[in-house]
Design a protein around this ligand. Structure first.
Ligand code: IPM
Ligand code: MN
Length: 357
């Protein structure tokens, strides 16, 4: 008997719980096939619970999450709840409290998937963004003065610590080393304007690279140019490391060039602790309960979860199954346009994993 992993499942809001049913289904079959077990425990954190109880994360929730090997998250965001409350109270709160300092986002175009980029195919779009996940503009550092008056002042500060930057950069170098694509790590920043923050990033980047990763080539790109090249020459990229805010923005661009929110997954990773995996698309509330939303992104998040837990063969098997599905079966990834229901897509992937494609 292989290992048993304890996994906390937060279906969350809107279509989150629907895609999560399919993700759990696929992970279970992969576990069976590769000789390990996953025990799932559901949590009802999200907009409905907040509306009922006024609470985002209940007392003790963070401590409880620490008992798990991983967290599998559907989506957070509810149309009746003001923007920011659930995102900050649940998603960001867990990222920060569990010190998930890496946001890992593969940008990979699977065979058969449409990209809006002309003349680009899977051979061109295959890179990874390593986004810092606990600092930068996301710490809530700042304040407001004279709110609501013509003299209002709003200050929101980007926090960059040597420790935070360094651990993120080291993680990214390791990703580049493991991928063996171009053996290149690119720092994405804005050294020409954000001269304090990205000067720290740049020095750390070159010092660490020179000393500990001489085999990895170092490149630097301004964030605006990164956006340009992601569209024009995505094949140039291997691994990109960047801060929280820039990472947030460029990974949505990345999601679009890999075929959209139906396929894009991410991991909030604490390499020494509990990590959390999610489709990055959001709760898509207008499709709730219709069975038309695409679960592939959630399934790919499950793949990342298994890989991070060390079950790399099971993860690879899920990826092969998803690739076979996009190549041969699911021609349109959009909600309601797949030609399959949410659960039929889950069944298809489950079958492919079981068959060992
Ligand atoms: C993401 C999301 C979140 C972020 C939001 C929902 C707070 O956009 O995971 O990229 O900005 O990090
Ligand atoms: Mn985002």
């Amino acid at each position: 008997m292989g290992k048993t992993y304890k996994i906390a499942v937060i279906g969350g809001d809107g279509t989150g719980p629907e895609v999560m049913v399919e993700g759990v289904k696929v992970v279970k079959v992969a576990a069976e096939k590769f000789g390990f077990q996953c025990e799932f425990q559901d949590y009802d954190f999200g907009g409905e619970r907040y509306k009922r109880t006024g609470e985002v994360l209940p007392d003790g929730a963070v401590e409880e999450m620490k008992k798990y090997d991983a967290i599998y998250l559907g989506a957070i965001g509810h149309p009746d709840v003001a923007p920011g409350i659930l995102e900050k109270g649940i998603l960001l709160a867990l990222r920060f409290a569990l010190d998930q300092y890496i946001n890992l986002r593969p940008v990979k175009l699977f065979p058969g998937v449409d990209t809006p980029l002309k003349n680009k195919g899977p051979e061109h779009i295959d890179f990874v963004v390593v986004r810092e996940n606990t600092e930068g503009l996301y710490t809530g550092t700042g304040g407001v003065l004279k709110k609501g008056t013509p003299d209002e002042v709003a200050i929101q500060t980007s926090v960059n610590t040597r420790k935070g930057v360094e651990r993120c950069i080291r993680y990214a170098f390791n990703v580049a080393r493991k991928r063996k694509k171009h053996n290149t790590l690119g720092l994405c920043g804005k050294t020409n304007v954000l001269t304090y923050a990205f000067n720290l990033w740049e020095r750390a980047f070159h010092e660490i690279g020179q000393k500990d990763y001489p085999d990895i080539k170092r490149e630097y790109y301004h964030v605006d140019a990164t956006c340009m090249w992601m569209v024009k020459n995505p094949e140039w990229f291997d691994v990109i490391v960047t801060d929280n805010m820039f990472g947030d923005i460029i990974t949505d661009l990345g999601a679009m060039i890999q075929g959209g929110m139906g396929i894009a997954a991410g991991g909030n990773i604490n390499p020494e602790g509990v990590s959390m995996f999610e489709p990055i698309g959001g709760s898509a509330p207008k499709y709730t309960g219709m069975g038309v939303i695409n679960p592939l992104a959630c399934i790919c998040a499950g793949q990342m979860m298994l890989e991070t837990l060390g079950e790399e063969k099971a993860g690879a098997a899920i990826e092969r199954a998803v690739m076979k599905a996009t190549k041969e079966k699911i021609k349109n990834l959009g909600a309601g346009r797949m030609g399959y229901s949410t659960s039929q897509v889950g069944d298809l992937i489950t079958q492919f994993v079981a068959d060992g494609v």
